[in-house]
Design a protein around this ligand. Sequence first.
Ligand SMILES: [Fe+2]
Length: 427
Amino acid sequence: MLAELLSPLGIARFIEEHADRRPLHLPAGPAKRRRVQAFFDRGRFMRAIARGHAASRGGSEDGFSLRAIFPPAHEGPVEIPIAPNQVEALLAAGASVCVHDIHRADGALAALVSAAKHALSCVGQVGMSCYVSPAGHGLTTHFDAQAVLTLQVEGAKVWRYSEEPAIEVPRANAVLEASGKVEWTGTPPGDLPFPDVAPPAGKLREVELKPGDVLYLPAGHWHETLAGSPSMGLVLYFVPLSFSAFLERWLWSCFEENDAWIKGVPMSMTTTGEMMRGVPAPVAAYVTARLEELLAKLQTTDASEVQLARVWRRFIAQGSATVSAEPSGPVRRGALLRAVSPHLLSALDAREAQGGVGVYLCAGDREIALPPSLSPIVQEVLGGRPFRAGAAPGVPWAEARAALEVLLAEGVLERVDEVQASASESG
Ligand SMILES: [Fe+2]
């Protein structure tokens, strides 16, 4: 799905030349335009917001929300939560409507988000929002802290954007106020204050997006939009995951069996009203001991470590569709099986690792450890095509059957209807 959005450029060139580097404008040909219009339309939008609104009761902290954005008075746009039955009236009154995380209320959009996260190996959060604007309205000049890939699905919208970032790695979003002042939104995430940023220098590049057209903007690029006709666009957003956050998960996995790490920093006497020099002695002793353990771990770790790869893959699989398995019963030799289709499959070879278990078969957000002798079965599953139980070379049937039954019970595999399969083979 992502490959089609990025055609004719392709995913590999997108990653090499544009992802987190520079903007990309991909106008659609007539065939892509028709496919995009068939994929998502106003009716589908209304059904999604009705479902999402009912499930979230009007808004939730992290996830689906439906909002109206009013044109700025003086200091940037005003956003308010709304209900689905207010959408038409608010659009008629000149507001834009933003649905944050619309993919949580539409299966096909959720699949697209998941496929994009996998295809681009994004460890950070990926999601999809939808913007609907009446003709003559849009968003004022701003930049975002995250990269966005916009797919125009209805009407026409003019985008003006800077070819160079206002700031390489923005810590938050910022808007250009009518006065010409750049105002950051929210509070700085760490101890450092927001840096000063200059308003856009020079002319912004202008493109008009029509249905099927794609525009990718890395974080920190100034942009503003104006709908030429009633417009609807889907926006894939990519939230970066800091290396500190990545490392935290890896550290947790390294030391989850170490009681001292789990127990945490000990209590100690703190005398109020005194100048402290560092942490109290018991805390210092605890921290020193943990830092020594950490140093020993770091000295035996490199980027090819299996545990690191497992953490990386789990971040990528976050949010994948989970498939509920049905009770499957025993597998007989010769039964036709295949991987459940929404799963995004991969495998991690851990045979060479110290104490390596064999192979981790990763299907969506599931990870199943299998002994090295079952590698031929893993190959069959990864192939994606239906295969016969017991046909894997060199795997004793008893061992194969036990593994296949586990994969069926976990919802990684499903049984293929023999009649349907032969009908589709002959057809
Ligand atoms: Fe934006």
